[in-house]
Design a binder for this molecule. Structure first.
Ligand code: ADP
Ligand code: MG
Length: 351
């Protein structure tokens, strides 16, 4: 009897769908922090505070001073594929970090999520726990948004088991904040470890909200990567066929034994892209032995229609329409800067 064995097709419910999506979007506490801080940046925040307990496993709280969410929009913010950032008609025209409308519903499916926000003169709060949403209630908040995520992965114990030590998870969170702090030198970031009463605190303060981008970036890099990087870094500013390359590249003498000090951004978004990393290596090939790795913080900015950031849900991969242009620009701009610096050094010696 064939029909007895035939499987039945069923539509999954929202909670199950969100939990599955969470598996792609939220791998560990650091990915939750990345989504929440990116939301704060998309909301135009100038100051973002992240409080974390137990490596983010029991608590992640992100407080921002951005434009907030209206009370009636709070349930929508927690719904799948609901976003204020794109209109769906032009999926390539993306100017924000977010656009999938997946982060908040995913986090609400695998943890206990509370959003409190103020837009205009009304503040309200909403909670969702393991996918079950409570109604919106009035709240007190002077500005912006507070998103609190407790007990991440309590609803998915298998995922919980794969988390690393609190220390290792905190390190990954700190890396996320550092990358975003490099991309946004005019925004202040505060990371606090509130485990057991509040111990650690890292602050990247923005000295001003406007001014020269290169000065602000150098100041920020010296805080994030250390004064030694900033002292050894050459400013990069080049353009080719609508691709703009800016940032700082370190002298070959400041190279590292691994690729830890390579930070690449496409349209302000931190990426780990093989093409770009290969170009960076290529640029230094005449200056470094194979076991040494260049240190650099580089930003490529181009028309969003010429780069696809839609490749992966965690959005750290990109696809260029003209990969040869991006690669050629990095190689030539960095070689030029390094040759100039070498030339200056050798003429100083000759003098
Ligand atoms: P996405 O960022 O892809 O739009 P999210 O699930 O991360 O999706 O967020 C859903 C929506 O909630 C956003 O489009 C935005 O309108 C709103 N939102 C989320 N976080 C904030 C925040 N910190 N400040 C203001 N609005 C927010
Ligand atoms: Mg988002």
């Amino acid at each position: 009897n064939i029909s007895a064995d035939r499987p039945v097709i069923r539509q999954l419910d929202d909670a199950a769908i969100n939990r599955i999506a969470a598996g792609e979007v939220v791998e560990r506490p650091a990915s939750a922090v990345k989504e929440l801080v990116e939301n704060a940046l998309d909301a135009g925040a100038r100051r973002i505070e992240v409080a974390v307990a137990d490596g983010g496993k029991t608590l992640i709280r992100v407080t921002d001073d951005g434009h907030g969410i209206a009370a009636q929009d709070l349930p929508l913010a927690l719904s799948r594929h609901a976003t204020s950032k794109i209109d769906g008609s032009d999926l390539l025209n993306i100017h924000s970090f977010g656009f999938r409308g997946e982060a908040l519903p995913s986090l609400g499916a695998v943890g206990r999520l509370t959003i409190t926000s103020r837009a205009g003169d009304e503040a309200a709060t909403i909670s969702v726990s393991g996918g079950a949403m409570a109604p919106v209630k009035p709240a007190a908040l002077s500005k912006g948004t507070v998103v609190e995520l407790r007990d991440l992965f309590y609803a998915t114990p298998a995922r919980l088991k794969f988390l690393r030590s609190d220390r290792a998870e905190m390190q990954a969170i700190s890396d996320v904040i550092k990358r975003l702090a490099m991309a946004e030198p005019f925004v202040s970031f505060i990371l606090r470890d509130v485990s057991g009463g509040g111990e650690g605190r890292v602050t990247f303060r923005a000295d001003s909200e406007t001014g020269d981008m290169f000065d602000a970036l150098r100041g920020r890099l010296s805080r994030v990567l250390g004064a030694e990087f900033a002292d050894n870094a050459l400013p990069i500013d080049a353009e080719r066929e609508g691709h703009h390359l800016t940032g700082y590249a370190a002298l070959p003498t400041y190279s590292r034994g691994s690729s830890v000090a390579q930070y690449l951004f496409v349209n302000g978004r931190p990426v780990r892209d093989k093409l770009l990393i290969g170009a960076l290596r290529g640029a230094y090939s005449d200056f470094l032995s194979r076991d040494r790795h260049p240190a650099a913080v580089l930003f490529i900015d181009l028309d969003p229609h010429r780069v696809d950031v839609n490749v992966h849900p965690a959005k750290s991969e990109v696809r260029f329409r003209d990969p040869g242009v991006a690669r050629g620009l990095i190689v030539s701009a960095l070689r030029h800067a390094l040759a100039e610096a070498g030339h200056r050094a050798s003429t100083t010696v000759a003098d």
